[in-house]
Design a protein around this ligand. Structure first.
Ligand code: F42
Length: 328
């Protein structure tokens, strides 16, 4: 099992660098930086991480091809790869519709856009001159002036077709989920895609990009996870809620509380224990180890500790290093 950690650059970049160095010391393999236009820039953050760490792998978790042309993405991550001495990973997904709406960007054909972007980016990485007339992505003889080389590409994916595509074309897949039930479904889809492409599914790093909250006091861990879990419930397809026995009506109630900024209601009972169980790796180190072992048994090969990580980030990173990573 590999361990990653996610940071959202809503925090200052230098603060993230401090946490990333700590994560490296604690034995994490990867650090992932999210990409949303309203936060600090992902590649500026990755550059600072490249210069302030030595061995941990650093990736975009995840960028998209609507706000950044695939040629620009290839150049940006290629630059980070050069600066970091070959430690870069490209995480790419179709992006977050809510932020695109705010930017006036239309979210058309996310699956086709992702497939064609990956095809183009692989060619840019190989130093090729790229000409393609895709459904969504077009190039007319574009070529980078440097050759980024073989940078791993991970896809952000949840939906069945996206997971299948990841099995066909990606080195890894970052799945926003925490529960074995969701991975049973996901692994089947990834294997289907891998088989279609004649690949060994074992070559794909299946990653639980999880809401993670750890503390020796389980109540504190749950409390820190509630707001993140509320956002997950509000954005989950009905099918996923039903899979976990969560009433679909809860989604509208939680969505309304989020829209009103009524965090008291979320903390006060709208976010149930069942929701925490379904959508977070949460609790004491022992509880987190149990969940990670269950995920490993299904085929998960990397666990990413995503927001909130714990009620106290610094303590949580040390706890994961000492009590969890050391156990795997
Ligand atoms: N999004 C961000 O913007 N920033 C981040 O930092 C970020 C991090 C992140 C980390 C992990 C992760 O799993 C996701 C993350 N995301 C982030 C979200 C990510 O960018 C995607 O929004 C999300 O993963 C996509 O969810 P999804 O796999 O459910 O895919 C959507 C698009 C979907 O509907 N998929 C369907 C499916 O079955 O998989 C396919 C729909 C389809 O087939 N569409 C056709 C097509 O070509 O796109 C078109 C159909 C038609 O009729 O037009």
């Amino acid at each position: 099992m590999k361990f990653g950690i996610e940071f959202v650059p809503s925090d200052p970049v230098l603060k993230i660098a401090h946490y990333a160095k700590l994560a490296e010391q604690q034995g994490f393999d990867n650090v992932w930086i999210t990409d949303h236009y309203n936060n600090r820039d992902v590649y500026t953050t990755l550059t600072v991480l490249a210069l302030s760490t030595n061995s941990i792998k650093i990736g975009s978790g995840v960028t998209n091809s609507y706000t950044r042309n695939p040629a620009i993405t290839a150049s940006s991550i290629g630059s980070v790869n050069e600066i970091s001495g070959g430690r870069a990973i490209l995480g790419l997904g179709p992006g977050d519709k809510a932020t695109f709406d705010a930017m006036g960007i239309e979210w058309v054909k996310p699956l086709a856009t992702t497939r064609e972007s990956i095809q183009a980016i692989k060619s840019f990485f190989a130093g090729e001159k790229v000409s393609m007339e895709g459904n969504q992505v077009q190039f007319c003889g574009a070529k980078l002036a440097f050759k980024p080389g073989n940078i791993p590409i991970y896809m952000g994916a949840q939906g069945p077709k996206m997971l299948e595509l990841a099995g066909e074309v990606a080195d890894g897949v970052l799945i926003n989920a925490s529960h074995p039930k969701d991975f049973e479904v996901a692994v089947t889809q990834i294997k289907k895609g891998a088989e279609k492409a004649g690949r060994d599914p074992k070559d794909i790093d299946i990653t639980a990009y999880a809401c993670f909250s750890i503390d020796k006091d389980p109540a504190k861990a749950v409390s820190a996870a509630k707001v993140v879990v509320a956002f997950i419930v509000a954005g989950s397809p009905d099918l996923v809620l039903e899979r976990h026995g969560i009433p679909v009506e809860a989604k509208a109630k939680i969505g309304a509380a989020i829209a009103k900024g009524d965090f008291g209601a979320l903390m006060g009972g709208l976010v149930s224990d069942e929701m925490i169980e379904a959508f977070a790796i949460c609790g004491t180190p022992e509880a987190c180890i149990k969940r990670i072992k269950d995920l490993e048994a299904i085929g998960v090969t990397q666990v990413v500790a995503g927001s909130p990580i714990g009620p106290n980030k610094e303590k949580a990173i040390k706890l994961i290093g000492k009590e969890i990573i050391a156990n795997f």
